[in-house]
Design a protein around this ligand. Structure first.
Ligand code: ARG
Length: 260
């Protein structure tokens, strides 16, 4: 994770970001701290921190830094120049911590865990707005796994982790309307147990949740009916207020990058 010391809305690269809708710094810091405490205290997760860098406000969304597997970081190539400065910072961090770094060819865009989401041993790759479909072949070769590319079609859900959230190897929470017909078919055939959410819940970033064991860390504000549905299936839902991060188009899941 990365503290939101320099987090702000400095540019507009997705429909959520408005220079005129600034973040409240103290609130952002409090919200991030609550998430951090929940993860480290209640859920006993081990969290490492990357140092915030002035001028890189979106570095807080560490999920976009790359994809980590077995001591290897497949480093992101950000679509927008506004975020490309994060690449060297992330690379330096992982190098210092003993990871092997894999860089993709410069012309291929890839935004890490934002678009690459594991469902069991299959990697689902969301493409179009941020990551390129062509990266799927390379990811498959590097990770020796099946990679299924699915196209995203709604700008508001520009990363796969904004509209698809696996709850285990065979089930997921998702917002079907963020995908085209083919994508819906791929997901339906691969994930037998899906929970489709309403547009209102999707816009609250319910799919941008962190799943740790049976615990689901969800941005606050989603409907009771969704949290009840999850509760009935045995999931323990923890809501965290993350409104300041929604202003940049992110929530719980993208504030964290998985190291294992
Ligand atoms: N402002 C950031 C961007 O547009 C937000 C990234 C949120 N990350 C995510 N995985 N959804 O790139």
């Amino acid at each position: 994770m990365c503290r939101p010391t320099h987090y702000t809305i400095a540019y507009e690269i997705n429909p959520w970001m408005r220079l005129t809708r600034q973040t409240a710094h103290d609130a952002a810091r409090r919200q991030w701290q609550q998430l951090y405490r929940l993860l480290t205290h209640r859920l006993r997760a081990r969290v490492r921190l990357i140092r915030p860098v002035r001028g890189l406000p979106d570095l807080v969304f560490t999920a976009n830094a790359g994809l980590v597997a077995d001591g290897v970081l497949i480093r992101s190539n950000f679509r927008f120049p506004e975020r490309q400065g994060e690449e060297a910072v992330v690379e330096g961090y992982f190098q210092r911590h003993g990871y092997q770094i894999v860089r993709l060819p410069r012309r291929v865009n890839f935004e890490g865990e934002g678009d690459a989401v594991w469902i069991g041993s299959t990697l689902l790759l969301g493409f179009r707005f941020r990551s390129d479909a062509t990266v799927h072949e390379r990811l498959g070769r590097l990770l020796r796994c099946e990679v299924l590319p699915v196209e995203l079609r709604d700008q508001r859900f520009y990363h796969l982790d904004t509209c698809f959230c696996p709850l285990g190897p065979t089930s997921a929470v998702w917002y079907p309307r963020a995908f085209d017909r083919y994508g819906c078919r791929v997901i339906a055939s691969r994930v037998p147990d899906t929970i489709a959410v309403s547009e209102a819940d999707a816009l609250r970033f319910c799919c941008n949740s962190l799943v740790i064991g049976r615990d689901v860390v969800m941005p606050a504000g989603v409907s009771n009916s969704l949290t009840r549905r999850l509760g009935r299936r045995g999931w323990v839902v923890h809501e965290v207020e993350l409104s300041e991060f929604l202003k940049a188009g992110g929530a719980a899941k993208c504030l964290v990058l998985r190291l294992t």
